[in-house]
Design a binder for this molecule. Structure first.
Ligand code: 13P
Length: 252
């Protein structure tokens, strides 16, 4: 039985003080979610990770938004997995569409990061999702299958089981235009079939999230779909009241 998961991606928002204030406000709602068998987490910016980790309910997952595949060296501006581990971070988002678009991240680069995270005992959250152009051409499945095959290349079924996959159609991110539940369900069902081809029955245990304009009032529709195990939420995860609404929506 796959446990539901709500993960807030804060993107480039909040100072350490603002992030710690959210963390303190979220303590009870984290208990509430966990007691209802829902995992919850937030992904602050690097500079907020330590403040959030120290202030938040320890049952809350705290994830980084990115990492380097290298442990150390001449990689200006990068943050390594051992550095994240040193402050108690054991989850990390990989291959968000904004990083693919603005930082030229490829699925092959994501594959190296995912392997490095798994080797360090961390949980990667691997993002995939098609552009508006691919969506309009009816090429969503081709696009997403390529991202899955390249990003998760050469993983064993046991490794794959530890990866969370997030399907986020780019045209639905931050636009207020969420994918219909039919589209999300259809694509995520396809993602699971692709994972099954690659990893056999391990695919049944893998959690797949939907992301893209998820709000407190639409989250329950996604969660109701058999293959959708949770949500990766941007804008609506920034405010504690809205975050609580998302948790409540997950349970509806
Ligand atoms: P929004 O929820 O703001 O559309 O962002 C989705 C997202 O990119 C989460 O990673």
């Amino acid at each position: 039985m796959r446990k539901k998961l709500l993960l807030g991606n804060w993107k480039m928002n909040k100072t350490p003080e603002e992030a710690a204030s959210f963390a303190r406000a979220a303590s009870e709602m984290v208990d509430f979610a966990v007691s209802h068998n829902v995992d919850v987490g937030v992904a602050p910016t690097y500079v907020c990770l330590d403040a959030v980790k120290k202030a938040i309910n320890p049952k809350c997952i705290v994830a980084a938004q990115n990492c380097s595949e290298h442990d150390h060296g001449a990689f200006t501006g990068e943050i390594s997995i051992p550095m994240l581990r040193a402050i108690g971070i054991d989850w990390c988002i990989v291959g968000h569409s904004e990083r693919r678009a603005y930082n030229g991240e490829t699925s092959e680069a994501c594959n190296a990061k995912i392997k490095a995270l798994l080797a360090a005992g961390m949980t990667p959250v691997y993002c995939c999702g098609e552009s508006l152009e691919a969506f309009e051409k009816g090429e969503t499945k081709k696009f997403v299958a390529e991202q899955i095959r390249a990003g998760l290349k050469d993983l064993t079924p046991d490794e794959a089981r530890k990866v969370i996959v997030a399907y986020e159609p780019i045209w639905a991110i931050g636009t207020g235009k969420s994918a219909s539940t039919e589209i999300a369900e259809d694509t995520i069902g396809f993602v699971r079939r692709t994972l099954r081809e690659l990893f056999g029955t391990a695919a049944v245990d893998m959690r797949i999230l939907y992301g893209g304009s998820v709000k407190p009032d639409n989250v329950s529709a996604y969660i109701g779909a058999p293959d959708i195990d949770g949500a990766l939420v941007g804008g609506a995860s920034l405010d504690p009241v809205s975050f609580k609404g998302l948790i409540e929506g997950m349970l509806r």
